[in-house]
Write a protein that binds this ligand. Structure first.
Ligand code: PXG
Length: 415
């Protein structure tokens, strides 16, 4: 590299000389105000730990909402990423690339599904699943044109596109963004009988998170997923699992549906599939369902790009080889058990599976965000979901000694 080029690189990724306050000022002035982050400006990360621009270290107990299941800068994923980046990053799907075929083969085998359709973000994959279910409904099930219905559940979170917010219960998600997309029917979460009652001859799919993440780490009753799968199959309705947040080891199984031995008809993945370095999402299903797409029906410039495929292949390989789901189960069980020993009168409920853990506070204890700020001051980063619920979801590679360290601080703040 020439000296000019290397100093240009240094100018972008070199050590920042701005303070947290200065960064905050830039963001306030130039960024749309669509987030309310905790006041910490992170400049580097390794494993489960990050460091801010002042050099203060924190344990990351959010993991970018489960996108960082492998931790920050996983050495092998990073090596694959850098090596592939040097060879080829993007072709578009106008041409084939030498990562795409192997990616399709490996991810379909991993998920025990026939076919995959790759996208980038979670919301795009959810949109893809909705399109697939509708077209399957018209072409295979024989639903009358434009009459397809998809059943969703109360408290869902599937992303932020206009169609997806159209079936959210949260009024803020919809307010000001109409006209909204029709064709969705909402039922309570955790109630399989409500599903049976809601199905009509026009129902093509049932879209559900096996554990609701943004809804407040809500675990449905045992047997719910299996009962819903059976109801779907009795009625020729697709069971569509959004495992964007719960999938790839987070809940102590490779997929949260595995807790009930449920194989969804349509599986949606995102977040951790990108190994913490790329946005990579995917929809997996049978030939009967994904076979409805013809050239031109659907696509994405970046979907299936060679860099994303290489990273995802490496992420899946590491998840299996290092038994990260089993690890999440073991470490998560111990950690949740310890959280349950915290006395005092602030905590109303502790729930979750594996390393997806929600702590719900009594109304009298105030909102969860207050405690997130206090934990930040103790060197622990986490975030509230709904007002009264805080989530602990560290990378699956987190060390036991780090969780022990965190527990001492959490107990102090939450007692
Ligand atoms: N499904 C589930 C279950 C999710 O948790 C999405 C879909 C959408 O994924 P994308 O990649 O489009 O964000 C999610 C995302 C946020 C935010 O910043 C998103 C999520 C969790 C917390 C915050 O909008 N989950």
């Amino acid at each position: 590299m020439t000296q000019a080029a290397s100093s240009a690189v240094e100018g972008v990724v070199g050590s920042s000389r701005l303070t947290s306050e200065q960064h905050d000022q830039l963001v306030s002035q130039y960024s749309a105000n669509n987030y309310a982050p905790l006041p910490v400006v992170i400049r580097q990360g390794k494993g489960a730990w990050v460091e801010d621009v002042e050099g203060q270290r924190y344990l990351d107990m959010l993991s970018a909402y489960s996108a960082l299941n492998f931790g920050h800068s996983h050495p092998e994923i990073l090596e694959v990423f850098l090596e592939q980046a040097k060879r080829l990053t993007l072709t578009s799907r106008a041409f084939q690339n030498d990562q795409f075929g192997p990616f399709c083969q490996e991810i379909t085998a991993f998920c025990a599904q026939d076919m995959v359709l790759p996208m980038n973000t979670g919301a795009e994959a959810v949109e893809t699943a909705i399109k697939a279910a509708r077209k399957w409904g018209y072409q295979v099930k024989g639903v009358e044109a434009d009459k397809a219905e998809i059943i969703v559940v109360d408290g869902n979170f599937h992303g932020r596109t206009v169609t997806i917010v159209s079936f959210s219960r949260d009024e803020q998600f919809k307010d000001g963004f109409g006209p909204l997309t029709p064709g969705f029917k909402m039922i309570p979460y955790g109630d399989a009988e409500a599903l049976a009652a809601a199905i009509t001859p026009n129902t093509v799919g049932f879209l559900v998170e096996p554990i609701q993440g943004e809804g407040g780490v809500v675990v449905p009753p045992d047997g719910y997923l299996k009962a819903c799968l059976d109801i779907c199959h009795e009625n020729n309705v697709l069971f569509i699992a959004d495992e964007i947040q719960t999938g790839l080891g987070r809940t102590g199984k490779v997929f949260a549906c595995d807790h009930e031995n449920v194989k969804p008809d349509v599986l949606i993945l995102g977040k951790a599939l990108g190994g913490g370095v790329m946005p990579v999402s995917a929809v997996l299903s049978s030939k009967e369902v994904l076979g409805v797409f013809n050239p031109g029906d659907h696509g994405s410039t970046f979907g299936g790009n060679p860099l994303a495929c290489a990273v995802a292949r490496s992420a899946l390989h590491i998840l299996r080889r290092d038994k990260l789901a089993e690890r999440a189960h073991e470490v998560g069980q111990t950690f949740m058990g310890r959280l349950r020993t915290i006395g005092g009168n602030k905590i109303k409920d502790i729930r979750g599976k594996g390393l997806l853990i929600g702590v719900e506070f009594h109304k009298s204890a105030g909102v969860a965000k207050t405690y997130c700020k206090q934990l930040m001051n103790e060197g622990i980063l986490c975030k509230d979901t709904v007002e009264q619920v805080m989530r602990f979801a560290p990378p699956l590679v987190v060390e036991q000694k780090d969780l022990d360290w965190a527990f001492e601080r959490i107990e102090k703040v939450l007692l």
